[in-house]
Design a protein around this ligand. Structure first.
Ligand code: ADP
Ligand code: MG
Ligand code: MG
Length: 910
């Protein structure tokens, strides 16, 4: 056979020719069937048509040259191996034609079973079935006609687009006529009648008879599998799962084995461990006297796999042996499909199985214990997104609650609340202190206020990139999108699901991780993983496999990572929590909150100061307050670096809004009250109004324009550091100047700061670093110059993204990002994950040129990207010293920094 194939393209591989690493070419199913064949496991013989053939077909809508001949050659050797010919009227070989792409796309593409049956071979099949076994010919007839009706059904549906319901209805009619609900009660005659009915349906929809020629059936089925790559649901699924559109599917042609030959036959699925919890053991379902999809289609009740031990001990033991072998071979959880034909076990599929986040950690830990993988590999097999999932509170689902619908888990979390259907109502009820869930068919930018007010968002349409999903993720709000079982009726303020009506004010619960929707309030429980991070669960003593696995893998990540992880924290409490979560310093302490609350009044005095004396008085009043804030944080972070950013936002943000002031003034005037102060404020607000405050008087510009402002902050930092150090702790302040675009700006601020620091610090031993944010594109491009005046850079990637793209974050995300995502302009919001090519390039340039100018320059990043898994890998590659993120993301960043080190620096033998 191989000799004839000296043609340029090899489009067809016998199972014996492939292996598990050829997924790209043979698809996951084909590659693993080959692997199992080569392991000597009982796989029915067959061959795989490559994804290359599929791509060639899809490009021209014609089978590529040589494909038909190669199929013929492989079919001939399959026939030889089986001692039967495809569709032979006396003793037919039947085959299945199965899709299988590189990435598993469950249920998205097509499979046709029993190819090769026709009006004559169905008789032959029946004769063979009765002859080969002491079975009544009635049973054998039944089996043959059941197989034939399944072929017409699957072939009609997938190859010729006959509506599947028509076949379903005919089957229901047959069962009704027989007075039964169980298809096993249909006998050979009933099924023969059903075949006639199916053929009529086929003819009605296609205008032709059901094809009797076996090779034609095979060719048409192969072509249909190729075509199914571009079926609408497959395209949609790929977009959602970010699977490339140009991979194509392979086609597997496999000799049929029969699970529907009687009670000593059957079919099942199994996992080598529990994919939900990771627990060791055998998990699966078995259905006797059934074929293929029957198990998952839920037409009859399956039994737990353990029952098979009683039904067929020999096959059961063999299956367990094979499962153990597959786990050892793949060194991972496997999921498998198998069939038993008259007491003989056949393996039809295996793959490394999908699992929950918890199971991913637990299994990785177990496999290390079992010596199958090392800790580097364990680290590689979990990820930050899974860890983040495990840190959300979860619904406690031990009793009574059954989901009424399932959509897409669009933004994780567990939320319960009263149903509302409009943004306005959400805002109203939230103002009364109620938790609400905003339910819409789909959201649009007008729903923004409602989304902010709601505890969670539920939509009946749209996927992971819909408006609702994108905006909810940006806000960190729980969201389930595309729950299409729900019929939303906004005008009537209700939705219907599974025959139940839910009206405004009823309580529902939504799980943004699983996408499940529940009626009523499901109780929530805290995450054990968070309890562990907080120190209230001791991993060495608690009997919780998840906590133990997380502890073990996190410890390894810490040992391996090169990036330090700091946190963004503005208060002592945040700092303390982040420290428990493993933060090694503060990368961003914002000082703006220190100007809020009852301190606003001091800021007003500062802004309204008519001369130096008044301004200095206002600053002098602020100084001790700021100093106290810094002392608290330095004490909390004893020994660790704390980067304090000088004030960044425009000062008018601290004043009341213009409209409110105008009203106040008018009302006071009306009453004849003294309005001098209000009027002065109003005038100041008018004067300071900016069309575009994000690009206005903020950051370093404030320091240069308002005398004494930065000086006061620098003094507060230095004095706090000295006080804390004198009390026996170690303060390591780093002063960070925001929004610098030119070295001259930084030099000016620095000259003033150094004078103050020298004066305050004296011989206390305190060392204060001065550095800058790199967040204006010009700063990144002149980093070599700026590094001359900076001891550290901290990349402010939020602003860098904003200014790099020209996006105003507050305006664009809710307005049109969903459309950009839909169009594939970017695969993920550049505010969520760093845009490597553009904004990332600015980071790279600044890091390289900054280090060239000053080799000891410390480099870090603060801003949302510091806690984003993908971005952490990028920052590792660029060679930053640390990332800084919100306290809750610290464990995620630690884990991903460890993974990045293992992936880019290679394994070591630790
Ligand atoms: P999916 O990709 O949707 O899992 P498969 O190609 O695995 O589709 O086929 C679905 C089911 O059909 C399998 O689980 C198996 O039970 C059955 N099946 C496929 N090929 C054969 C075969 N050669 N003999 C018996 N059953 C088969
Ligand atoms: Mg399958
Ligand atoms: Mg900024």
């Amino acid at each position: 056979m191989a000799k004839q194939e000296t043609v340029e393209h090899k489009y067809v591989y016998a199972f014996a020719e492939g292996n598990k690493d050829l997924k790209e070419l043979l698809g996951g199913k084909g590659a693993n069937l080959a692997e199992m064949t080569n392991l000597g496991l009982p796989v029915p013989p067959g061959f795989t048509i490559t994804t290359e053939a599929c791509k060639a077909y899809l490009a021209t809508r014609e089978e590529p040259d040589g494909l038909a001949d190669q199929i013929a050659a492989h079919l001939a050797s399959l026939e030889q191996a089986m001692g039967k010919r495809l569709g032979d009227p006396e003793d037919p070989l039947l085959v299945s034609v199965r899709s299988g792409a590189k990435f598993s796309m469950p249920g998205m593409m097509e499979t046709v079973l029993n190819v090769g049956l026709n009006d004559r071979s169905v008789q032959g099949l029946a004769r063979q079935a009765s002859g080969a076994h002491a079975q009544t010919s009635g049973g054998a007839d039944r089996f043959a006609w059941d197989s034939y009706r399944r072929l017409i059904q699957m072939f009609g549906k997938t190859v010729c687009e006959v509506p599947g319901e028509e076949f379903e209805h005919a089957l229901d009619d047959a069962k009704r006529a027989k007075g039964t609900h169980d298809d096993l009660d249909l006998d050979a005659d009933d099924l023969r009648g059903l075949v006639d009915a199916y053929k009529k349906i086929f003819f009605k929809h296609t205008g032709r008879e059901f094809p009797q020629e076996p090779r034609e059936q095979l060719d048409l089925a192969i072509r249909a599998v190729f075509e199914s790559w571009n079926a609408e649901r497959a395209v949609l699924y790929r977009r959602q799962e970010r699977i490339p559109a140009d991979l194509g599917t392979a086609v597997n042609v496999v000799a049929m084995v029969f699970g529907n030959l009687g009670p000593d036959s059957g079919t099942g699925v199994a996992f080598t461990r529990d994919p939900a919890s990771g627990a060791q053991g055998i998990y699966g379902d078995y259905l006797a006297n059934a074929q293929g999809e029957d198990v998952v289609a839920g037409i009859r009740n399956t039994v737990p796999l353990q029952e098979l031990e009683r039904l067929d001990k020999k096959s059961y033991d063999e299956l367990l042996g094979i499962m153990a072998r597959l786990e050892g071979h793949y060194r991972d959880l496997c999921d498998i499909e198998f069939t038993i034909e008259r007491g003989k076990l056949w393996m039809l599929q295996t793959r490394v199985g999908k699992r929950t986040a918890a199971a991913a950690f637990v299994i990785a830990g177990q496999l290390v214990d079992e010596g199958l993988i090392d800790l580097d590999e364990a680290l590689h097999r979990v990820n930050g997104a899974q860890l983040a999932q495990l840190m959300f509170p979860r619904f406690r689902l031990d009793h009574e609650f059954q989901p009424v619908a399932k959509g897409i888990g669009a933004s994780p979390g567990a939320a319960s609340g009263k149903v509302v259907f409009t943004s306005a109502r959400a805002v109203e009820l939230a103002a009364e202190g109620e938790s609400v869930i905003l339910v819409r068919r789909e959201t649009n930018p007008d729903d923004l206020n409602g989304m902010i007010a709601a505890q969670g968002i539920l939509t009946s349409r749209g996927g992971k990139t819909s408006h609702a999903a994108v905006v909810a993720r940006g806000m960190g709000k729980t969201c389930v999108s595309g729950a299409d079982e729900i019929e939303v009726n906004v005008p009537q303020r209700r939705f219907v699901v599974g025959g139940q009506t839910v009206v405004e004010g009823d309580v529902v619960s939504i799980d943004g991780t699983t996408g499940k929707v529940y009626l009523g309030e499901v109780p929530v429980m805290p995450s054990e993983v968070v309890q562990y991070f907080e120190g209230s669960l001791d991993p060495e003593h608690v009997d919780n496999p998840l906590v133990r696995a997380v502890h073990r893998i996190m410890s390894h990540a810490d040992a391996r990572r090169r990036l330090a992880v700091r946190t963004n924290a503005d208060t002592g409490a945040d700092a303390a929590r982040a420290r428990r979560f493993g933060a090694e310093g503060i990368g961003l302490c914002r000082t703006e909150h220190m100007f809020l609350g009852d301190r606003r009044e001091l800021v007003e005095r500062l802004i309204l100061a008519r001369d130096n004396t008044e301004r200095e008085a206002a600053l002098a009043a602020l100084l001790p307050l700021q100093r106290a804030d810094f002392e608290e944080i330095f004490r909390e972070m004893d020994g660790m670096p704390v980067t304090v950013r000088l004030i960044d936002p425009p000062l008018h943000e601290f004043l009341p809004p213009l409209e409110q002031l105008a009203v106040n003034v008018a009302v006071a005037q009306e009453r004849g009250e003294d309005v001098a102060q209000e009027e002065a404020l109003l005038a100041a607000v008018r004067r300071m109004h900016e069309e575009n405050p994000m690009l206005g008087l903020r950051g370093v510009r404030l320091g240069l324009v308002i005398p004494g402002l930065f000086a006061m902050q620098v003094r507060a930092i230095a004095e706090a550091a000295v006080t804390v150090t004198r009390s026996g702790a170690v303060a390591r302040p780093e002063i960070m100047v925001p929004l610098v675009g030119a070295v001259q700006e930084l030099e000016t601020v620095r000259a003033e700061a150094e004078k103050i620091i020298a004066e305050v610090v004296g011989d206390s031993g305190v060392e204060v670093l001065i550095g800058t944010m790199i967040e204006v594109p010009r700063a990144a491009l002149t980093a070599g110059q700026i590094a001359e005046a900076a001891q550290f850079f901290s990349f402010g990637t939020n602003d860098l993204t904003q200014m790099g793209w020209g996006f105003s974050r507050d305006d664009v995300e809710g307005a049109f990002f969903w459309r950009y995502l839909e169009l594939g302009i970017f695969g993920i919001s550049p505010f969520e994950s760093i845009d490597r090519d553009g904004v990332g390039r600015l980071v790279r340039i600044a890091a390289e040129e900054g280090r060239a100018a000053r080799p000891e320059l410390k480099l870090g990043v603060c801003g949302e990207h510091g806690g984003d898994p993908e971005s952490v890998h990028f920052f590792h590659e660029v060679g930053l010293d640390y990332v800084s993120c919100s306290p809750f993301r610290v464990p995620v960043a630690r884990l991903e920094a460890g993974r990045a080190a293992v992936e880019t620096d290679g394994s070591d033998s630790r």
